[in-house]
Write a protein that binds this ligand. Structure first.
Ligand SMILES: Cc1cc2nc3c(=O)[nH]c(=O)nc-3n(C[C@H](O)[C@H](O)[C@H](O)COP(=O)(O)OP(=O)(O)OC[C@H]3O[C@@H](n4cnc5c(N)ncnc54)[C@H](O)[C@@H]3O)c2cc1C
Length: 206
């Protein structure tokens, strides 16, 4: 018989219940201070993306993004259950702001999963410090559920000796939450070796 969740020897990652509750309590304070019903209705009515509020949520006074950043890079090492609990709490206040906020987690994910230590240090560090909005650019007009249809290409640029010095990226992405505001994006493109994520800073030519 397979062990139940509680009997399993696999440790559950993330925060203890008390620490998680402390994070959830922050949402109650945000609701009273920044995401009042009047504010949310105004964002909806005027179709405003509340960039300043999102950046405040990341700033030194609140720092909600620290939940999903590992401790090694300045975060709290929350797990999937903690992130799920925070998303649910924020979505109860404002679905739009919750989506925008968790786009940052999506954007950080390729770095968490596949980044080198130096890349994590640089980019996750920037997110942890609240200096950067990040977006996750995967979906394309012809590639949503079926990512095998991905068309965006990253062609290597080589120097005279044949060493790769950079990539030229061509393609179209759609439905990228906070894509127009992000300081950098993690973007999926097809290289000669297969699909790979690239970190692209705002204003670097795409
Ligand atoms: C609010 C929101 C925010 C988003 N933010 C981002 C973002 O930040 N970054 C990003 O990259 N993308 C983002 N997306 C895009 C999202 O990832 C895609 O919408 C999703 O992958 C589905 O792709 P699609 O819309 O092209 O639909 P399709 O893939 O065309 O699917 C259409 C329908 O067909 C069904 N379907 C597809 N394949 C099959 C199959 N094999 N068998 C049976 N049914 C199937 C699907 O379930 C769906 O109902 C966002 C989407 C939304 C709604």
């Amino acid at each position: 018989m397979s062990p139940s969740v509680h009997e399993s020897s696999t440790p559950l990652y993330g925060l203890d219940a008390e620490s998680r509750q402390m994070v959830l309590d922050v949402v109650t304070k945000i609701k009273a201070r920044l995401l009042t019903r009047e504010n949310i209705l105004e964002f909806d009515r005027k179709e405003i993306f509340p960039e300043e509020i999102i950046r405040t949520l990341l700033g030194p006074d609140i720092g909600l993004q620290l939940l999903f950043i590992p401790e090694a890079y300045g975060g709290m090492s929350g797990g999937a259950r903690d992130c799920c609990a925070l998303t649910r709490e924020m979505a109860g206040v404002c679905l739009g702001v919750a989506t925008a906020f968790f786009a940052i987690q999506l954007g950080a994910d390729p770095l968490l999963v596949g980044g080198t230590d130096a890349q994590k240090e640089k980019w996750l560090g920037a997110i942890a410090e609240g200096r950067s909005l990040v977006a996750y650019a995967v979906t394309e007009p012809g590639a949503g559920s079926n990512l095998a249809a991905l068309k965006t290409k990253a062609d290597p640029i080589c120097d005279a000796s044949g060493s790769v010095t950079g990539y030229r990226i061509n393609g179209s992405k759609q439905f990228i939450s906070t894509g127009g505001y992000a300081d950098f994006i993690t973007l999926l493109a097809v290289t000669p070796e297969g699909p790979s994520f690239f970190v692209i800073e705002k204003g670097s030519g795409i």
